[in-house]
Design a protein around this ligand. Structure first.
Ligand SMILES: N[C@@H](CCC(=O)N[C@@H](CS)C(=O)NCC(=O)O)C(=O)O
Length: 124
């Protein structure tokens, strides 16, 4: 199977989720570290992979997969060893509800705080 390629950043919790999933499964991937403050995620070649201009992006077999929760499902489906998702449909629904809360607003809210506080000095 082709080695996956992960575009990510050390500070990104969304990217950390994906790195953790690979570690849990014992899968090694190639890495493209992105310097977000230098504008790496806004470059045209990256925007073609991820039109949202954020990390992470996984490229596997030439196919880009974006959105950390979608990437986690992709990883679990592609490398089924040490399943990350619960097997029972009710438990899986509960898992998806937790992830939905992240996608529906929590990420955006924490992102705003990160940019205004943690990354302020970098933006200035
Ligand atoms: N919903 C996206 C959120 C991705 C996201 O917001 N990533 C942040 C880092 S955690 C980012 O790339 N921000 C761009 C920047 O800081 O310039 C996902 O889960 O993948």
């Amino acid at each position: 199977m082709t080695k996956p390629l992960l575009h990510h950043n050390d500070m990104s919790v969304c990217a950390a989720k994906v790195r953790s999933a690979f570690a849990e499964k014992g899968i090694t991937c190639d890495h493209v570290p992105m310097d977000l403050r230098a504008g790496d995620s806004q470059k045209p070649e990256y925007t073609r992979l991820n039109p949202n201009q954020v990390v992470p992006t996984l490229v596997h077999g030439g196919v880009p997969v974006i959105e950390s929760n979608v990437i986690l499902e992709y990883i679990d489906g592609t490398w089924p060893q040490r399943a990350l998702r619960p097997a029972a449909p009710a438990d899986r629904a509960r898992m998806r509800l937790w992830n939905k809360q992240l996608d529906d607003g929590l990420d955006a809210a924490t992102g705003t705080i990160s940019v205004c506080i943690a990354l302020r000095h970098q933006h200035l």
